[in-house]
Design a protein around this ligand. Structure first.
Ligand code: DUC
Ligand code: ZN
Ligand code: ZN
Length: 485
């Protein structure tokens, strides 16, 4: 044990995904180097007393969108500087946004461009997922293997959105590549043709207000695509992660798949726990503030999501932070209008509120244990994307990424408390009983409970390892031998 530390966090009530214990944490060179009942007085340059407070690993937000290039005039409100600042103030110390391929262009161009956007701006650590929108033979055979080897080990594919969606054949090609490389495929599961059909019917009847967004993407649209994604994954025999699962019928498909022994992982987000279709129907155009896809459902579906968090169906909780300003011609009021729901940019801000909402209504309300909270928001995403044990835990040798929690008061969330560049939060007025008092990223205090104290450029790029390999299943279908899968 080293004699001197850069920082000691004293009297911590530490929670990891496995345990809770009381300890002093000694930090040197950005790493946790000592965990002891009592570290000597005067042995650190700086001390923080966490007496009576939970200390958890810094959050890993493994699904967020920052400064992602958009079709004009749409523009994301947060870049790496403002997004990472907001994340830090909400207890998140690692983000994994998306380097998105543009059809007709290479993945490499997307990655290079995204590094330029992050460089010198991020105040917390970051890795990249890829978005594959054009899986040409070159992308499959050459680009993906090279990029996975360089630490971009996960990619998202879409079953909807005209500029991103893949057909089933293209999805199968991507899954086969993921299988060969050991990469993780994230799937946005909504049926594009069904959405187009329902949207046309609604708009032809003049039903264009934000609340009709929900009716253009009802639960069966997500259920069908979820089932199809599961089936394609089963055929190729490769794990997938179904992202932003919104409600019961998608959960049923995933439970069914798990029951068959398939390796289907699932992610959900706070919007499916705290928002409903009623938020899309807020007065005037305000429902646009909650337009995201899949859309928020209802109280019964929220309960199913809570149940899935408690019983282990879900592996991770991410924000899907996709920041568009409300009163802005580049945001929800696209082109200075109040557009039909089909043109409202999809996405809501959530980087800073993800952990407080889940700590408050999950842990403090008794729905989740604190170990489950840590697993869902930090340890599991770190494991899934090959960042563990550097990230996602409190252990000797891990990065000193910590959140010290203030659970002494309840307060309503107000947008003016937050540090993003968005002019609203969909969670305005929701009371929470937990907020980070201090966030530490690699040994540096980046949020002190009052101010952001981090520095743009201090965040490091993280090359991801491969996720833990899936356990082999017993497969006795004879067709597999014939097709060589
Ligand atoms: N849906 C997505 O698929 N991505 C960004 C935001 C959203 O609502
Ligand atoms: Zn998505
Ligand atoms: Zn997303």
């Amino acid at each position: 044990m080293s004699d001197r530390y850069d920082l000691i966090v004293r009297n911590a009530r530490v929670a990891t995904a496995a345990d809770t214990f009381d300890a002093d944490l000694g930090i040197t060179g950005g790493k946790i180097v000592a965990i002891a009942q009592r570290l000597p007085a005067g042995s650190a340059d700086r001390e923080i007393d966490a007496a009576g407070r939970w200390v958890t690993p810094g959050g890993v937000d493994a699904h967020c969108h920052l400064d992602q290039p958009m079709v004009e005039p749409m523009r994301m409100a947060d870049d790496f500087e403002t997004g990472s600042r907001s994340a830090a103030c909400g207890g998140t110390t690692t983000v994994i946004p998306f380097a998105a391929q543009v059809k007709g262009h290479s993945l490499r161009e997307a990655v290079d461009d995204y590094h330029r956007r992050a460089e010198g701006k991020a105040s917390i650590d970051y890795a990249f997922h890829l978005i594959v929108s054009d899986p040409t033979p070159d992308v499959i055979a050459r680009e993906l293997p090279a990029l996975v080897g360089e630490g971009y080990t996960s990619f998202k594919i879409y079953m909807t959105y005209d500029d991103l969606k893949l057909d089933d054949g293209e999805i199968l090609a991507c899954l086969e590549a993921a299988r060969g490389l050991g990469a993780m495929t994230m799937i946005h599961a909504e049926n594009a043709d069904a959405i187009a059909y329902l949207t046309k019917r609604l708009t032809e009847q003049g039903k264009t207000a934000p609340r009709f967004h929900g009716m253009s993407r009802p639960m069966p649209v997500e259920r069908e695509a979820t089932h199809r994604a599961i089936t394609l994954s089963e055929l190729v025999d490769v794990p997938i992660l179904i992202v932003h699962v919104s409600g019961a019928e998608a959960v049923e498909q995933i439970r069914w798949a798990r029951g068959k022994g398939l390796n289907i992982l699932a992610e959900t987000c706070p919007q499916y726990l705290f928002l409903t279709q009623e938020h899309l129907g807020l007065d005037g155009f305000h429902g646009a503030k909650c337009v995201c896809s899949p859309p928020p459902r209802d109280a019964r579906n929220q309960q199913v999501i809570w149940d899935g968090l408690a019983d282990g169906l879900f592996t991770i909780v991410s924000s899907d932070h996709a920041p568009f300003r409300y009163d802005d011609p580049q945001g929800k009021k696209l082109g200075g209008e109040e557009p039909s729901f089909e043109y409202i940019p999809n996405g809501i801000p959530g980087l800073e509120t993800r952990l407080p909402l889940l700590f408050s209504e999950g842990v403090l309300a008794g729905r989740l244990t604190i170990q489950q909270f840590v697993a869902l928001t930090s340890t599991n995403p770190a494991k899934l994307y090959g960042l563990y044990p550097r990230k996602g835990t409190i252990a000797i040798g891990a990065d000193a990424d910590l959140v010290i929690w203030d659970t002494s008061k309840r307060q309503p969330i107000r947008n003016e408390m937050l540090h993003h560049e968005v002019d609203y939060t969909p969670y305005e007025g929701i009371e929470v009983g937990a907020w980070p008092a201090t966030t530490v990223c690699r040994g540096k205090v980046v949020w002190d409970g009052v101010s952001f104290t981090g520095r743009a450029g201090d965040g490091q790029f993280l090359a991801c390892g491969l996720p833990e390999p899936a356990k082999p299943r017993v497969r006795n279908e004879s067709w597999r031998e014939w097709v060589g899968l």
